[in-house]
Design a protein around this ligand. Sequence first.
Ligand SMILES: N[C@@H](CCC[C@H](N)C(=O)O)C(=O)O
Length: 282
Amino acid sequence: MKFTKMHGLGNDFVVVYQKDPLNESPRDLARAVCDRHRGVGADGLVFILPSERADLRMRIFNADGTEAEQCGNAVRCVAKYYYECVSGVKKELTVETGAGIQRVWLDVAGNRVDQVKVDMGVPVLQGEQIPVTIRKDRVVEEPLEVDGRHFAFTAISMGNPHVVIFVDDVVSFPVEAWGPKIETHPYFPNKTNVEFITVRSNRELDMRVWERGAGQTMACGSGACASVVASVLTGRTGRHVIVHLWGGDLEIEWSEQDDHVYMTGPAEVVFEGKWLGSDASF
Ligand SMILES: N[C@@H](CCC[C@H](N)C(=O)O)C(=O)O
């Protein structure tokens, strides 16, 4: 199996371009490839596949083998790959994901894709399955008790689930202690990604993330989008925000015009390789 190692702000992926659809769920392969000691090492295994509804289809498997509906950083990576290695011409793409079809705009310098803007869709208040804008006037922070500690969270779906928690100082916050407990809390039967946020100003947030199925990562695109939506809903920021993540910055805008969330950020190629380990049938 040939692959390309890529990352978006340090959220890293093994990307596989495949002309045929996936017949089986490659859970074991994802676990093996993502293993940082015995495999390539990555937060996720990502497939670029043919689509009947869009320019390409993306499927993402977390490091623990579970499939996620969506991944903002991976969408930027696959769009860069598609332009640089497949199409070479289209600077606007559509990508089919488990969260629907996402529109993507590429900022190209020379033959290289620099920044990628992604339409991340309309956010939904978790559990309600209706666009959050309809609920703007309602209470959007809920209490959660974990091992005797009380948190207030906002649960936003960007196609995949997010719990956003505001803390005083995210730099010193013990993400690795609380992240896994909240990810697997019985309140969230499908598990959840968890974003810890400190507000810098009306236009800037600091974020650290504990990802469902991957643990602490350096960045999470859909998590940055969910965090800005939660910040707007709770009156903490405006709708156009720079989110500072461990791996770098993302520009997030929750548009007043169409209610869609737009994410802009980089994507990088690291190296190419051939996987010779188990399940080498790919
Ligand atoms: N890092 C991603 C999200 C990847 C999937 C997530 N762990 C999930 O299970 O929902 C991003 O950039 O959005």
